[in-house]
Design a binder for this molecule. Structure first.
Ligand code: NAP
Ligand code: GLV
Length: 321
């Protein structure tokens, strides 16, 4: 019998594919650090039954029109704003993501970014490397305290709650804004629900963990930054599209807010000559929220489990449509 074909859009370790090789034929883009060109992706996906793709691949109606055999798109990410889920559904294509397996790793990074931004850690490290440390002085690289401050989490989902747990360990007060109330988080984490504007006005740290959707697009705009305290630190670990970047740059340049820690950007990858990279009060990371080796392996493994389930006629483990 002919094996079903699975196309993987980036080179991944063969060991992750091996357990499935007797059952499926795997085809893979052969570069680990370069995205597959669109025309190659379309050609390969035309013959594929399953697709394992990354958040950088745009899976839209135009693409879906060209891949008649495809039964499942397994996105190696929990966010799925790169996929037109409704168009996939219309064509009977299952879409899956990778929730839960990356929650704690992403929360670790989000909190690390918050700490690095508040305590100016990357700047301090550069200070020595650039040979600027000539004296110890009272306010050299003085930053903002974290302990006992108020964290305002926008998007109190799996990762939001995991960040709140870390914040509790630092004695922080936890406030949140979410589409729906979270009674468990309110009870277990003593988290207080606030309207969006009230959260912006009162939080010392405003942390975005809200998925990018039509409703959340650019919710952090000029008005939002104006509402934040001048001492506020903004952390974005969800998607660049929830921020109006021009407004953020203006707020940082004019010191309307104190600093920002960003793991995600409107357009990725962002280049070194982007205005955000010129700002001392912006700590920027290349979208590494879930980037521990173990978690990345778990994400790939979950993609395969979803693909195998769908191709054998079972329910996927983590469907989004
Ligand atoms: P999740 O469990 O689905 O949590 C998302 C939360 O946001 C839910 O509580 C949801 O509310 C709420 N929400 C959705 N739309 C909203 C809106 N318009 N206004 C207010 N609240 C809204 O997802 P997760 O696993 O925590 O992941 C969250 C996001 O983090 C992902 O979508 C992704 O963009 C990002 N992420 C980034 C990285 C990284 O590398 N930086 C890694 C992983 C994830 P309901 O409960 O009402 O649905
Ligand atoms: C990463 O950004 C994800 O959504 O998993």
């Amino acid at each position: 019998m002919q094996k079903s074909v699975i196309y993987i859009t980036r080179k991944i370790p063969r060991t992750l594919v091996e357990p499935y090789e007797d059952t499926y034929e795997f085809r893979m883009w052969d570069k680990a650090d370069e995205p597959v060109p669109r025309d190659v992706l379309v050609t390969e996906a035309k013959n594929a039954d399953g697709l394992l793709c990354l958040l950088s691949e745009k899976i839209d109606a135009d693409f879906l029109d060209q891949v008649p055999n495809l039964k499942i798109v397994a996105n190696m990410a929990v966010g799925f704003d790169n996929i037109d889920v409704n168009e996939a559904k219309k064509r009977g294509i299952v879409v899956t993501n990778t929730p839960d397996v990356l929650t704690e790793t992403t929360a670790d990074l989000t909190f690390a970014l918050l700490m690095a931004t508040a305590r100016r850690i990357t700047e301090a490290s550069d200070y020595i490397k650039q040979d600027q440390w000539n004296h110890w002085s009272p306010f050299m690289l003085a930053g903002s305290d974290i302990h006992h401050k108020t964290i305002g989490i926008v998007g109190m989902g799996r990762i939001g709650e995991a960040v709140a747990r870390r914040a509790k360990g630092f004695g922080m007060k936890v406030k949140y804004y979410n589409r729906s109330r979270k009674p468990n988080a309110e009870q277990e984490l003593d988290a207080t629900y606030l309207a969006f504007d009230e959260l912006l006005e009162t939080a010392d740290f405003v942390v975005s963990l809200v998925p990018l959707t039509a409703e959340s697009k650019q919710i952090f705009n000029k008005e939002a930054f104006e509402k934040m305290k001048r001492s506020a630190i903004f952390i974005n670990a969800s998607r660049g599209g929830v921020v109006d970047e021009a407004a953020l740059i203006q707020a940082l340049e004019n010191k309307e807010i104190t600093a920002a820690g960003l793991d995600v950007f409107e357009k990725e990858p962002i280049s070194a000559d982007h205005p955000l990279m010129k700002l001392e009060n912006a700590v920027c990371l290349p979208h590494i929220g879930s980037a521990s080796t173990a978690t990345r392996e778990d994400m790939i493994s979950l993609c395969f489990k979803n693909i195998a389930a769908v191709l054998t006629g079972d329910e996927p483990l983590t469907p989004v449509n």
